[in-house]
Design a protein around this ligand. Structure first.
Ligand SMILES: [Zn+2]
Length: 183
């Protein structure tokens, strides 16, 4: 087939896919909470078979929950109670940058770029705890999965899974298999 025709055939499929009516509610009824790591962009989704319209995706630095009423929980509450998500996937990844942050070095960089010492000191309970840095990606994943599972705003009928993703190979490993729990 001439290349032009290949392109046009691909484009017809692309347009058809794009113009499928997408609702606000995710087709697979899942919410994914993961890291903002650049290697996960357009890689974690195909690795999971998740396409446009399939899932709510929440990201932050390190797949971390610091505040039990903060942005991550708020988004999950909306995903579950307003948008029909019936399952939550917490996905950490190997070689996460938040496991390798040198707080002293970061603080020096913040100071050098004009951030006041006072603004840094006011971060509670400390810069590192506020950042949510960790030493062990598996430990962080288990901790965060548990925090979400035990959050009183998340219904017991919603399984919360904890998975580890390898950004080099695309392999997913189940670390915590969630289940529906009784009320
Ligand atoms: Zn990361």
């Amino acid at each position: 087939m001439p290349v032009l025709d290949e392109v046009l055939a691909h484009n017809a499929g692309f347009v058809e896919e794009r113009t499928k009516p997408f609702g606000r509610s995710p087709a697979k009824k899942i919410a994914i909470f993961t890291c903002m790591d650049t290697r996960l962009v357009d890689f974690l989704e195909p690795a999971m078979g998740v396409k446009r319209g399939d899932a709510k995706i929440i990201k932050n630095a390190g797949t971390t929950v610091i505040d039990p009423r903060g942005g991550v929980i708020r988004s999950l509450v909306v995903a579950v109670h307003a948008l029909g998500c019936e399952e939550i996937f917490v996905i950490g990844h190997l070689d996460c940058g938040m496991g390798q942050i040198d707080e002293k070095k970061l603080e020096r960089k913040m100071r050098a770029s004009g951030v006041s010492q006072r603004a840094i000191t006011e971060l509670q309970p400390s810069l590192s705890e506020w950042l949510g840095t960790f030493k062990d990606v598996y430990g962080n994943l288990r901790r965060v999965t548990k925090i979400i599972r035990q959050n009183p705003l998340i219904p017991k009928s919603v399984p919360v899974h904890g998975l580890m993703f390898d950004p080099a190979t695309g392999k997913l490993e189940v670390v915590v298999r969630g289940a529906k729990r009784g009320r």
